[in-house]
Design a protein around this ligand. Structure first.
Ligand code: ADP
Ligand code: ZN
Length: 537
């Protein structure tokens, strides 16, 4: 007994305390970490901010201490690699990354450290990993039993169904073929059933244990308002609920980012723009300020956010519709990582539906892919038009059942609904009359004018006051009509075509005209909801 040698600490909880200074594991972390230390494969589905990094970092440390060598972390994002390696450096854990930002000397030094077994973790982009040079190094480590573990971060990138497919990820199946005995941990915050199945299949993880965490972010309050005057609505939201708070405002285009940021500054809101069109230096400066200073509003395209770990983002606002529910969840998930109340707020209107549909229809992608994109858009539109709990819908999309949350706009203030079946038929027949009468198609504005019986210049010019559908919808407000058209376009019964977004009937409109489809819509009422949001705080 006197000869007992000092064994390195490989107990995960001890490592959590000693290296990270955290008192306890969160959620499934401990089970995942133990499984990985024992050499099991795993697929980890955990929401953003859930603590995925520790799930592979602690096994990496434990296994390195046990003499098993280096953990290779595959990551698609250079900024993320920088941050992680920087953080590990501060914790005193030897880690490095290999990517295109390094010069030859730096890269060679890291390669030497790697081969000498000095690194606990090496981060690399997939395209780098699969080069002959890199694989030769892995071979050498593997032969010596010093290739400990593969962690594949952002594993949804391997799936076309996922929201950011990266072809290079497909090559990662080679890791399994080449190093079958090295355990693999795939991690992602995108958990819908399609993506999950794709990851399992493409990375050959059939025998991997699945760890699914709840995707609920109970401290985030979801609110989706109809777009009336989006800038004014945003400003009211900021002033009423988020004075001096840090937050992110997402816009679809670079130009809109610039415009919105400048406009907010003019209104006295400290805002900065961020998009991929700005030079790297400006982007870095704006990001640093957002992270360091308090109460800044970042107006950004989706180029901003991946890997941003700012705990006190109090709101995420969308001025435009995200691409799909995964995108919405990821983007809104950047709010409230500290667990304190936060808002996910979005304006959404007819034009959003038209634009998104057209972007898909006119895109270069193949038919299968387009169908997939349309299905995803439909799911998002379903969420936006929902009159029941937003959270229930959101979680259901990720395969999780839940009860009404009490912390979304619809729970806090159940919206009034109306039966729009008859109105939908009126709108469709009016579009049909346009086509019959002169064979022309018109946009939604004119259609609503005709339905409501307004005698505009355009109505006079085209003789539309003589149509049998003129004025048949005078009892329905303009906002209600917009809701009807939004639905009809969202459901694909009407298409908005060409530069002027003229409305054309789809074959499927027939079922609606025949009364085979019924529509129940939210009653539009911007003022009611603004008031509710205020009262609820
Ligand atoms: P993800 O990659 O899932 O988005 P991260 O790994 O970046 O999440 O973790 C989010 C934050 O939570 C980080 O600041 C991390 O240090 C912290 N964290 C993770 N696990 C724990 C824990 N067990 N105790 C305390 N903080 C934790
Ligand atoms: Zn709810």
């Amino acid at each position: 007994p006197a000869t007992a040698t000092r064994r390195p600490v490989t107990d995960p909880l001890a490592i959590l305390h000693e290296v990270y200074g955290y008192p306890a594991f969160r959620g499934a972390q401990q089970a995942i970490v133990e499984h990985a230390i024992d050499g099991g494969d795993a697929l980890v589905l955990m929401p953003t901010g859930g603590g995925k990094s520790l799930c592979y970092q602690i096994p990496a440390i434990a296994r390195h201490r046990a003499g098993r060598g280096v953990t290779v972390v595959v990551s698609p994002l250079i900024a993320l690699m920088h941050d992680q390696v920087g953080a590990l450096d501060e914790l005193g854990v030897p880690a490095a990354f290999l990517n295109s930002t390094l010069d030859g000397d730096e890269a060679r030094r890291i390669e030497r450290d790697l081969l000498a077994g000095r690194l606990v973790m090496l981060y690399a982009a997939p395209e780098r990993l699969l080069t002959p040079r890199f694989l030769a190094m892995l071979d050498s480590l593997h032969e010596r039993g010093k290739l400990s573990l593969f962690a594949i971060d952002e594993a949804h990138c391997v799936s076309q169904w996922g929201h950011d497919f990266r072809a290079e990820y497909l090559g990662l199946s080679a890791l399994h073929e080449r190093y079958a005995d090295v355990p693999r941990l795939a991690l992602t915050a995108t958990a819908d059933a399609h993506t999950r199945a794709d990851i399992v299949q493409r990375l050959a993880l059939d025998d991997a244990r699945l760890f699914v965490s709840s995707f609920d972010r109970p401290n985030i309050r979801y609110t989706i308002v109809e777009k009336a005057d989006p800038k004014a609505q945003l400003l009211r939201f900021l002033r009423d609920e988020h004075e001096d708070d840090a937050g992110i405002v997402y816009c679809q285009s670079r130009r809109k980012v610039e415009e919105t940021a400048a406009w907010l500054v003019g209104e006295g809101v400290p805002a900065l723009p961020y998009h991929a069109g700005l030079d790297a230096d400006t982007r870095r400066r704006h990001q640093d300020r957002f992270l360091r200073e308090e109460g800044l509003v970042m107006v950004a395209t989706i180029a901003f956010g991946m890997g941003i770990d700012k705990p006190d983002v109090r709101f995420v606002a969308h001025l435009d519709l995200p691409k799909n529910i995964e995108g919405y969840y990821q983007e809104t998930g950047r709010a409230g990582r500290d667990g304190l109340p936060a808002d996910a707020w979005m304006t959404y209107g007819l034009q959003d539906v038209v634009n998104q549909r057209r972007m898909i229809d006119e895109g270069e992608a193949g038919d299968d892919y387009k169908r997939l994109q349309r299905d995803k858009l439909d799911a998002l539109l379903g969420l936006a038009e929902a009159h029941d709990c937003r959270r229930v819908r959101l979680l259901a999309y990720f395969g999780e059942a839940s009860a009404p949350c009490g912390n979304c706009d619809n729970c806090l203030q159940p919206p009034a609904t109306w039966d729009a079946t008859e109105a939908a038929r009126k709108a469709l027949s009016c579009i049909y009359r346009f086509q019959q009468h002169g064979g022309m198609a018109f946009g939604s504005g004119h259609l609503i004018d005709v339905l409501r019986g307004k005698t505009t210049d355009k109505v006079r010019q085209h003789g539309h006051a003589h149509l049998s559908t003129f004025g048949i919808g005078a009892d329905i407000s303009e906002a209600q009509w917009r809701g009807v058209l939004r639905q009809l376009i969202a459901l694909g019964h009407v298409r908005a075509e060409g530069e002027w977004h003229t409305l054309v009937l789809d074959e499927s409109a027939r079922a609606v005209l025949k009364g085979e489809v019924s529509l129940r819509l939210r009653q539009p009422s911007e003022a009611r909801r603004a008031k509710a949001a205020k009262a609820g705080r």
